[in-house]
Design a protein around this ligand. Structure first.
Ligand code: HSE
Length: 306
């Protein structure tokens, strides 16, 4: 057993347009850093900055414990999570912490966990955070690049590594509001007309084709969604304005990141103008926001073991 492990796990864009609960894209930035220490007397999880989440209600607790129990170990641990990713912003904050926690615990226990075991453990963190054990964010945060959940049970994830993806930039605009995933899942209808389902199957299949032939313009073209976006759009003040502004500034495509409220655009140039246009559009809807530019990135990494 190791006494200290430090890992990092990236923010992610779940759904990526038409792939509800299926597609995920790992971002180069921001990332959470998780430090796990095992030579301690009491289990405690601290977040930096302090988000005052009780240890046993932290998604990371559920994920780390799942790996520990799998190994029949019940040792206390201390975890410090440096949150680069703002909780409730829609870019996979709980997923990154859960993946980091599960991976750190597996490394600490010399348990050579397979990806599907880390994803399964991390999904318990997602369940704690949002009420549903969806795995699109955790899969992308662990594996990196563009990920496709081929099966939820048993877990099977397909992926395209970042270096094989089209060369687009991602502009992410984070409005100053929190939107609980639980809430934006609750408004989704339980059934949809067959035409809607067929439309999304077409879009999502075309999206995978566009990714594989490394065509950024086509990725932007298929970055649409009729399944959940129409219901979620009203939960994000100014979404339509932001979408229009980013498109006019040259974005190839725009959508909601995961359950929102983050909105993202992809571009093959002019990202700074797109970022500014998204911030101004949010401002005109009465919301402050911060937009930043990043790229598709690698998955979780182990930084230190002792
Ligand atoms: N696929 C999930 C959703 C992601 O859209 O609800 C939540 O981050």
């Amino acid at each position: 057993m190791k006494s200290f492990v430090k890992v990092t796990a990236p923010a992610t864009i779940a759904n990526f347009g038409p792939g509800f609960d299926t597609f995920g894209l790992a971002l180069d930035q921001p990332r959470d850093t998780i430090e796990l220490s095992l030579d301690v007397y009491e289990t405690q999880i601290e977040t930096v900055p302090d988000y005052s989440i009780p240890t046993k209600k932290n998604a990371a607790f559920a994920a780390a414990n799942s790996i520990a129990w799998k190994n029949r170990v019940n040792a206390p641990f201390h975890m410090k999570i440096v949150k680069g990713i703002r909780p409730g912003s829609g870019i996979g904050s709980s997923a990154a912490s859960s993946v980091g926690a599960a991976l750190a615990m597996a490394v600490a226990m010399d348990f050579s966990a397979k990806d599907d075991e880390i994803i399964q453990a991390s999904s318990l963190g997602e369940k704690m955070a949002s009420g549903t054990a969806h795995i699109d964010n955790v899969a992308a945060s662990l594996i990196g690049g563009f990920t496709i959940v081929a099966s939820r049970s048993p877990v099977e994830v397909l992926s395209i590594p970042p270096e094989q993806l089209p060369d687009f930039e991602v502009v992410v605009a984070l409005p100053d509001m929190v939107l609980e995933t639980r809430r934006s899942r609750a408004i989704i209808p339980k059934a949809v007309p067959i035409e809607t389902a067929v439309g999304n199957i077409s879009l999502s299949s075309s999206m995978v084709h566009a990714m594989m032939r490394r065509d950024s313009a086509a990725v932007g073209k298929y970055l649409r969604d009729e399944l959940v976006l129409p219901y979620r759009r009203p939960l994000i003040p100014g979404y339509d304005k932001v979408q229009k502004a980013a498109t006019e500034a040259g974005a190839l495509g725009v959508s909601i990141s995961g359950a929102g409220p983050a909105v993202f655009a992809i571009s093959d140039g002019g990202s700074k103008d797109i970022a500014k246009s998204m911030e101004s559009a949010f401002k005109s809807a009465g919301l402050k926001s911060q937009a930043y530019i990043t790229k598709p990135g690698k998955g979780a990494e182990v930084l230190e073991v002792s």
